[in-house]
Write a protein that binds this ligand. Sequence first.
Ligand code: 13P
Length: 248
Amino acid sequence: MKQLIAGNWKMNASLAGSETLVRSVLDGLKTAPVCDVAVCVPAPYLAAAQRWLAGQGAVHLGAQDVSQHASGAYTGEVSADMLREFGVRYAIVGHSERRQYHGEDDAAVAVKAQRALAAGITPIVCVGETLAERDGGHTEEVVRRQLAAVVHLNGHCITEIVVAYEPVWAIGTGKTATPEQAQQVHAVLRKQLEAASAHADRIPLLYGGSMNAANAASLLAQPDINGGLVGGAALKAADFLAIVAAAR
Ligand code: 13P
């Protein structure tokens, strides 16, 4: 399977800064990358990003969230069909920042994944434990519970999802999970997916949490790590390109 490197810009950059970043990434990819590449930009920049990315096939467009509702009186929400109209190929769902600050629970995340899939968008389903959960020995139980909700609702098309393991304690902290720690959790997730599908080996399992140009290669070399969901390092073209270059 091709690895996937997806940048999650979060609520960063300006319109002008976003254009510079996208163009620098495209310029840096003189030869087509061997892995899949995506940039998940803030929602107001999707239309512009679609134009910047037009006419090339190397970098796909992603969104950072999607509504769990199809349409209607949901002020501020953006539907999967709307995202699709702007050429969105991936949508992050259940990022820990959405779970933590916006009260998204496992059931809501599962419905978001379902909405994305129905619109032909690949959901990047985020799971991950907090430091307290890890210290309490609950890592596997937490990530299995988070993934189970998505599998339960989307079992019939589970091979169409991407999963991102993002330990909350590693996000934006500079504390990366060691390749062994990450692989251990990825193996648990792979096993869980294997129980749901005979083709679980096709589901990319990304690692996210302080991935950078220096540590990407050792993380991406793990057997069950099939890519990265990159926050801070995706905001600098050179760093993002170095991670892309480290992928297979
Ligand atoms: P950082 O790479 O900044 O730690 O963020 C990871 C992340 O949350 C990606 O979704």
